[in-house]
Design a protein around this ligand. Structure first.
Ligand SMILES: [Zn+2]
Length: 122
């Protein structure tokens, strides 16, 4: 595959018209405009500036804020890793948890229901 094609597929330029895009590609095709994305039948999330990441980070951080509101102590290590009440690590992106005191791990469906159960059982 040629270099240009690589750059297009890697998201460094518009995959439809070849316009260079700001920011780093993240290994997936991106588009300069909604009309280019539409011409390719691509999702609007692939349009430059519609990067999914900030939205996802904001969502994950809003979970931490809600946990705090419910009375938990939340230490935000990264948007993908919180420590709750100093003993439970939560990875909201993968819905996984890790009890750092007892070294147990698992997955949860709903972080609020899970946290309630986890701390009530103690
Ligand atoms: Zn384009």
């Amino acid at each position: 595959m040629g270099e240009i094609a690589d750059m297009m597929l890697g998201g460094e330029m518009c995959e439809m018209c070849g316009v260079p895009l700001d920011g780093e590609g993240y290994g997936a095709p991106r588009y300069c405009s909604k009309s280019c994305a539409r011409d390719r039948g691509a999702s609007m999330e692939q349009v430059e500036g519609w990067s999914k990441k900030p939205t996802q980070d904001a969502f994950l951080l809003s979970l931490a804020a809600r946990l705090t509101k419910y009375g938990y102590t939340v230490e935000i290590k990264t948007p993908y890793h919180f420590r709750v009440n100093n003993c439970l690590d939560v990875y909201p992106q993968n819905r996984k948890w890790h009890d750092i005191k007892q070294n147990k791990r698992g997955e949860y469906e709903d972080i609020f229901r899970f946290a309630k159960q986890f701390f009530t059982a103690k």
